[in-house]
Design a protein around this ligand. Structure first.
Ligand code: HEM
Ligand code: SF4
Length: 601
C-alpha cells in the first residue's frame, strides 16, 4: 500500500486542527450556520435527515487493519446521538406507513464509491473524530462538494487473474494530482473518476464522469482508454470514448484538459444540467475537439507540466509491491498439498465449499486467494458494519491479508492476500462473525443507498425494501439457483444506489407524500456477465412498498419459468431477459400488484 509522506501526514493533521478551529468559531457564534456549512462540507460533514453525516475518504478503496480499527472506535464511541434525538427520530419513523422502520446506531456504512459513512455523530464531537481519523491518515477531504472526488477502482487490482495492468499506482498518482487541485476546487458539479485495469470492468467505469480503462497497444505499451460523460441521476448516460489509447504518462495532462474545458463550459446556471454528461450530450464533437486542442496546448505551451516522470512513477509503484508473505520455499509441493487440503475440507463441509465457490476469487499468485467478506445479511442494511464487526474485520485483515483490505463498489470488503492454507481457518472465523454469507454476486448481495431512513433528499426508503428481499431470499439453494443477479436500490433519482445499472433496479419516488417504487429491468454496470453498460428500462407504473417484494418474486419466478439450460448450466437472469424481452416480466410484475394498493402513476 502507498505510505503517506511526513508532509501528507502533517497536512491531514493540520486539516483536522483547522476543522476544530472552524467548529469552535461556529459554536461561539462567530460563524453563522451558512458560513460554517461550506467549511464543514469540505471535510465531509453533511447534515442529514436526523443528524450529521460524515463521509470518510478511502482512496481507491484501500484500507488497513489499523484504519478499520479506528473506524470501529468511531462507530462505537461517537456514532450515537443523544437519547432524546434518537427517540424523536424513531417516533418520526414510526409514523411512516409501510414496512417497519427501525433506526440503528454505532455503525459505519461502506459506500459504492469505496468510502465509509457514519450517520449519527454529533457535530459537537466532529473535531475529536477528525483528530482520531488523522492518527491513521484518514480524512474527509473532497468527499463532498463540486470537486474531484475519490477515484473508484477495481477492488481486485493487483491480484485479479484477468488483469492487464495494475491500476493502483495510477490511482495514487491521480489522488495526489486531484487533491486540493486549485483550478478544480469549484467545478460546475461533483466529478467522479473510475479506473479498471482488468478484462472485466468491476468498477462501473461507464457510469462515471471519466472512466479509465488501462490497456496495452500492439507494441505492448501501457495506456488508457478514456471515456467521458457517464453518470446516472435523472438522465442516465453511459460515457463516450474520447481516446482509444492515451500513453500512461499523459493521463494527468489529459484529465487536466478534460476537466478544464468542462470547468469553462459546464452549465453553472442550472444544477440539474451541470454534470459533464449534459455537456458531452449537448456539445458532442465540439467538446471533444476542444479537449484535444486544450491537451495540445498543455503539451506545447505548458511543456506538458503534468507528464509523469518515470522516476516518480517508479517511486509510487514501489509502494504497491505484493506484501512479503511467509510462504514455504518448496512452493510446488506446498501448493499441491494446500490445494488438496482445501478440496478435502470442501468435500467434507458443503457450507465451506459454497463459500469457496461464491466468495473466494483466484489470484495472480497461485498460493493466494482474494476473499470477500459479505456485509449483506439478514437484520443489517447492505454495507453496514457495526463497531464490533469493523474491529473483527480488522483482526481478520491483520491476521490473514497482510493488514490490507479493499472496500468494494458492491459495499463489501475484500481481503486480497489470503494464503490458500489459511482459507478454512479464515472461513471458520468469518462465519462465526456473520461475515461469511456465501452470497457474493447473488440477489441478496445487493447495493442500496441509505434512503429515507437517513438521507434528507430521499423520496422513499431503501433499507426496509432491502431487508424484505433479504428476508424472503434466505434459502441458499434458492439463491444459488437464481444465480448472479445485480439488485440495486436508490431512494431517489440521485441514484446513489446505482439502480439504473441493476439487472433489477428499484427507484424510490414520491407521490402525494407517499413512498412508491419504480422497477427497472436489464441495467448493466459493465461486468462480464451483464453485457455492455446500459441503463435498465422501467417496467411500468410504480408500486407500493408492500407490493415490491411480491413484484420481485414474480419477476424471478418468470425468469425460472423461461430460462433455458446449456450443458446443465442455467441461463443467467440477464440473458433470459435479453432473449425474451421485457414483456413477460412486465406482465408478471403488474399481475403481482395488490388490489387494495393498485394505482396508476
Ligand atoms: C445520505 C447521504 C447522501 C446524500 C445526501 C447524497 C447525495 C447525492 C446527490 C445529490 C447525488 C447526485 C449528484 C448529481 O447528479 O449532481 C449523489 C450521487 C451519487 N451518490 Fe450520493 N448521497 C448520499 C449517500 C450516498 C451513499 C451512501 C452512496 C453509496 C452507497 C452514494 C453514492 C452516490 C453515487 C455513486 C452517486 C453518483 C450517481 C451518478 O452517477 O449520477 N451516495 N448523491
Ligand atoms: S439516492 Fe437519493 S435517497 Fe439515496 S442516498 Fe442518494 S440522495 Fe439519498
Amino acid at each position: 500500500m502507498y505510505q503517506y509522506t511526513e508532509f501528507d501526514k502533517q497536512f491531514v493533521r493540520a486539516r483536522a486542527a483547522q476543522h476544530r478551529d472552524q467548529l469552535e468559531r461556529f459554536q461561539a457564534g462567530q460563524l453563522t450556520g451558512d458560513e460554517f456549512k461550506p467549511l464543514r462540507l469540505q471535510n465531509g460533514w453533511y447534515v442529514q435527515r436526523y443528524a450529521p453525516m460524515l463521509r470518510v475518504a478511502v482512496p481507491y478503496g484501500e484500507i488497513t487493519a489499523p484504519q478499520l480499527h479506528v473506524l470501529a472506535q468511531i462507530a462505537r464511541e461517537y456514532d450515537t446521538p443523544d437519547a432524546a434525538l434518537l427517540a424523536e427520530a424513531q417516533a418520526t419513523q414510526d409514523k411512516i406507513a409501510g414496512l417497519a422502520p427501525k433506526l440503528t446506531t454505532n455503525y459505519g456504512h461502506f459506500t459504492t464509491r469505496q468510502n465509509v459513512q457514519f450517520n449519527w455523530i454529533p457535530l459537537s464531537r466532529s473535531a475529536d473524530v477528525m483528530d482520531l481519523l488523522a492518527t491513521v491518515n484518514l480524512h474527509g477531504i473532497q468527499t463532498s462538494g463540486n470537486c474531484i472526488r475519490n477515484t473508484t477502482t477495481d477492488a481486485l487490482a493487483g491480484v485479479a487473474v484477468d488483469e492487464l495492468v495494475d491500476l493502483r499506482p495510477y490511482a495514487e498518482l491521480i489522488r495526489q494530482w486531484s487533491t486540493l487541485h486549485p483550478e478544480f476546487a469549484f467545478l460546475p458539479r461533483k466529478f467522479k473518476i473510475a479506473i479498471t485495469g482488468a478484462a472485466e470492468d468491476r468498477a462501473a467505469i461507464g457510469w462515471h464522469d471519466v472512466g479509465l480503462q488501462m490497456v496495452k497497444n500492439a507494441q505492448g505499451e501501457i495506456g488508457f482508454k478514456v471515456q467521458v460523460g457517464g453518470g446516472m441521476g435523472r438522465t442516465p448516460v453511459v460515457g463516450t470514448e474520447i481516446r482509444a489509447f492515451l500513453p500512461w504518462n499523459q493521463i494527468m495532462n489529459y484529465l487536466e484538459a478534460v476537466i478544464r474545458v468542462y470547468n469553462r463550459w459546464g452549465r453553472r446556471d442550472n444544477l440539474y444540467k451541470a454534470r459533464i454528461k449534459i455537456l458531452v450530450k449537448a456539445e458532442g464533437q465540439r467538446y471533444f475537439d476542444e479537449v484535444e486542442a486544450e491537451y495540445r496546448d498543455i503539451l506545447e505551451k505548458d511543456g506538458g507540466l503534468h507528464t509523469i516522470p518515470q522516476a516518480e512513477f517508479d517511486r509510487v509503484a514501489a509502494s504497491f509491491a505484493a506484501p512479503v508473505l511467509d510462504l514455504p520455499a518448496n512452493s510446488a509441493e506446498w501448493l499441491a498439498n494446500a490445494e488438496a487440503d482445501v478440496s478435502i475440507e470442501a468435500a467434507k463441509t458443503p457450507a465451506f465449499a459454497r463459500w469457496m465457490a461464491q466468495n473466494v476469487t483466484p489470484h495472480q499468485n497461485p498460493a493466494l486467494r482474494a476473499v470477500t467478506l459479505s456485509f449483506k445479511r439478514k437484520g443489517q442494511a447492505p454495507g453496514d458494519a457495526t463497531a464490533d464487526q469493523l474491529d473483527a474485520a480488522a483482526d481478520l485483515v491483520a491476521q490473514y491479508s497482510a493488514s490490507e483490505a479493499r472496500v468494494t463498489h458492491t459495499q463489501n470488503l475484500v481481503l486480497p492476500w489470503v494464503r490458500l492454507d489459511q482459507l478454512h481457518a479464515l472461513w471458520l472465523q468469518a462465519k462465526a462473525l456473520g461475515l461469511a454469507q456465501p452470497n457474493i454476486g447473488l440477489l441478496t448481495d445487493m447495493i442500496a443507498c441509505p434512503g429515507g431512513d437517513y438521507c434528507a433528499l430521499a423520496n422513499a426508503r431503501s433499507l426496509p425494501l432491502a431487508a424484505a428481499i433479504t428476508e424472503r431470499y434466505q434459502d441458499l439453494d434458492e439463491l444459488n439457483d437464481l444465480g448472479q443477479i445485480d439488485f440495486h436500490i436508490s431512494g431517489c433519482i440521485n441514484s446513489c444506489g446505482h439502480h439504473h445499472s441493476g439487472h433489477i433496479g428499484i427507484l424510490g419516488v414520491d407521490k402525494d407524500g407517499k413512498e412508491w417504487y419504480q422497477v427497472t429491468l436489464g441495467g448493466s454496470d459493465g461486468k462480464a456477465l451483464s453485457g455492455p453498460t446500459v441503463a435498465g428500462k422501467v417496467v411500468g407504473p410504480s408500486f407500493s412498498s408492500f407490493e415490491v417484494p411480491d413484484v420481485i418474486e414474480a419477476i424471478l419466478d418468470t425468469y425460472k419459468a423461461l430460462r433455458t439450460s446449456q450443458g446443465g448450466k442455467a441461463e443467467a437472469f440477464v440473458d433470459t431477459l435479453r432473449r425474451v424481452g421485457q414483456d413477460p416480466f412486465k406482465a408478471a410484475a403488474n399481475a403481482a400488484r395488490h388490489p387494495a394498493e393498485a394505482q396508476t402513476a
